[in-house]
Design a protein. Structure first.
Length: 108
């Protein structure tokens, strides 16, 4: 299975932890990293915004991405949450195998 990082931004640390725990508990992600203290400058509804956010990086597999994305959207406070998957091109194969073993790919 192809390992991926899934980059998600959240409103705060508590939201990132809540989503991360849910996805790891549901076996849609093997691991969740929470990085607090990020600043985001973006346009929303024709307005430039500058706000604090928390980064959530999930380790998962490509086959689980559709279900993981839908679950993030269901758990997230934003109308349009950032959920972006990045392929892992290589690395410690034992670690990549661990990711694949931890994720239960939903049927369908």
């Amino acid at each position: 299975m192809d390992a991926i990082f899934v980059y998600v931004t959240t409103a705060n640390r508590d939201e990132a932890l809540r989503i991360g725990r849910a996805l790891v508990g549901e076996r849609l992600a093997a691991c969740a990293n929470v990085i607090d203290g990020m600043r985001s400058v973006y346009r929303w509804n024709d307005e430039i915004r500058d706000e604090g956010e928390t980064v959530l990086i999930l380790k998962s597999v490509t086959a689980a991405l559709p279900a993981l994305t839908e679950r993030v959207k269901a758990l997230h406070s934003y109308d349009c949450p950032c959920v972006a998957a990045l392929p892992i091109a290589g690395g410690n194969q034992d670690f990549l195998d661990w990711i694949a073993a931890q994720v239960a790919v939903p049927p369908g």
